[in-house]
Design a protein around this ligand. Structure first.
Ligand SMILES: Cc1cc2nc3c(=O)[nH]c(=O)nc-3n(C[C@H](O)[C@H](O)[C@H](O)COP(=O)(O)OP(=O)(O)OC[C@H]3O[C@@H](n4cnc5c(N)ncnc54)[C@H](O)[C@@H]3O)c2cc1C
Length: 374
């Protein structure tokens, strides 16, 4: 049901969750399954509003490697799943290994701790069963690279659409929209006691007692709330010199190579495939653990960009999407902003003419690609 965090007559829920993105909704629904009541405090409403986004500004230190905040997070019911591309991937065992070339790379949890959750997470995200390894193909893998690692794509990407209704229908879940948490208060022995909350238009301010708190406010805002707590209590979260707020970065992405395949059918292997469950999947090249250790590489995957940006696909529809991505308004309507920017950066280069050629009838023939950009 919907609730009002400023209504003092409402009894406190057993668990308070900050954020109604995919993580907050997953936790609320799991608690519901266990018969535990929760209230979800969400800064945004059912639609995105600029006035709410503007409450969460930040100064970008490196704008060249990070999109503007409004392009990388959405403050609304369903959170950033309203923007995301829906690619679901599993952790690999090496992600949890301490590697001498990854500073502070040790995790307080192990691969074995998290792997049992791949299945429910994949189903929650509408990406089908947690099958993240594809069958090998002849010459596909060697000691240094494999091509069996799969990304699975969510059918319905938006958690608001897929799960928002179930959360609102539950008698155990109280969804409080337009409710911004500005501060978390702790008792002397470090237990969370209260939250400072404000309505997103600033007209109401209140303090909300909490019994148990889950902060699911997304990577940046969870850190911001924790840094606020550390400002008052410097010993928290590993201390001021600890890892909190450090090592954050956006995806590092780039095209690094044209890969020429010996046989054209290998190109199709790296295209989107629909599996038996109707989920789209895509193979990726991945350096083996041994190769990563040898080259001092953190876990990296490579996949073809060719689907849209490389005019050699000779497909009119893909070229049209690529060219439209350069038009701000229309491009924003059809592509996530970070993806649109990535394509439109190249649009005035030599490839635009090649894409225009793909729109002519003579070009609408099957692709003869044997080479893809990774
Ligand atoms: C363009 C784009 C493409 C992406 N593609 C992929 C992809 O293909 N695969 C992938 O795995 N990930 C992708 N991501 C990342 C993915 O969207 C996020 O990892 C995911 O949404 C995080 O979920 P979350 O619930 O932790 O946080 P969010 O989805 O950010 O939700 C947090 C919620 O908390 C609310 N909130 C924040 N602060 C407060 C506060 N103080 N008080 C009250 N409420 C608050 C916000 O309004 C928001 O609704 C992509 C992201 C973008 C922007």
């Amino acid at each position: 049901m919907f609730g009002d965090a400023f209504d003092r007559s409402q009894s406190a829920a057993e668990v308070t969750i900050i954020g109604a993105g995919p993580v907050g909704l997953a936790i609320a629904l799991e608690l519901d399954r266990l018969g535990i009541s929760s209230q979800v405090l969400e800064a945004g409403g059912l639609r995105r509003r600029r006035s709410v986004d503007s409450l969460f500004t930040a100064q970008l230190q490196t704008p060249a490697t990070h999109g503007p905040l409004e392009a990388v997070s959405a403050k609304m019911y369903g959170g950033t799943s309203n923007l995301w591309a829906g690619a679901c991937v599993a952790y690999d065992p090496i992600d949890f290994k301490e590697r001498k070339f990854v500073s502070d790379g040790a995790w307080p949890v192990t691969y074995e701790d998290v792997s049992p959750f791949f299945e429910p997470a994949s189903r929650f995200l509408d990406a089908g069963p947690a099958e993240f390894i594809a069958a090998n193909v002849a010459h596909g893998s060697d000691d240094e690279f494999s091509c069996t690692n799969l990304a699975r794509f969510a059918g319905e990407r938006r958690s608001q659409v897929r799960h928002g209704g179930a959360a609102v229908r539950s008698a155990h879940i109280r969804v409080c929209l337009n409710t911004v948490v500005t501060e978390v208060f702790l008792s002397g022995d470090g237990v969370v006691t209260e939250l400072a909350v404000a309505s997103s238009d600033g007209s109401k301010l209140s303090r909300l007692p909490v019994r148990m708190l889950v902060v699911a406010a997304g990577g940046i805002e969870t850190t911001r709330l924790a840094l606020n707590m550390q400002r008052d209590r410097p010993e928290l979260f590993g201390g001021e010199a600890g890892p909190l707020g450090r090592y954050y970065m956006s995806h590092l992405m780039g095209s690094i190579a044209d890969v020429r395949f010996l046989k054209p059918q290998y190109v199709d292997l790296f295209d989107f495939q629909k599996d038996a469950n109707g989920t789209y999947t895509r193979r990726r090249f991945q350096p083996s653990e041994a190769a990563q250790e040898k080259w001092g590489l953190s876990n990296t995957v490579l996949w073809p960009e060719g689907a849209i940006a490389d005019a050699r696909h000779q497909r009119a529809l893909l070229s049209l999407v690529f060219l439209l991505s350069g038009a701000n308004g229309l491009g924003r309507a059809i592509l996530p902003e970070v993806v649109r920017r990535r394509y439109s950066e190249n649009i005035l280069g030599s490839t635009a003419a090649a894409h225009l050629r793909n729109l002519t009838p003579a070009a609408s023939r099957a692709s003869g690609l044997t080479q893809m950009r990774f």
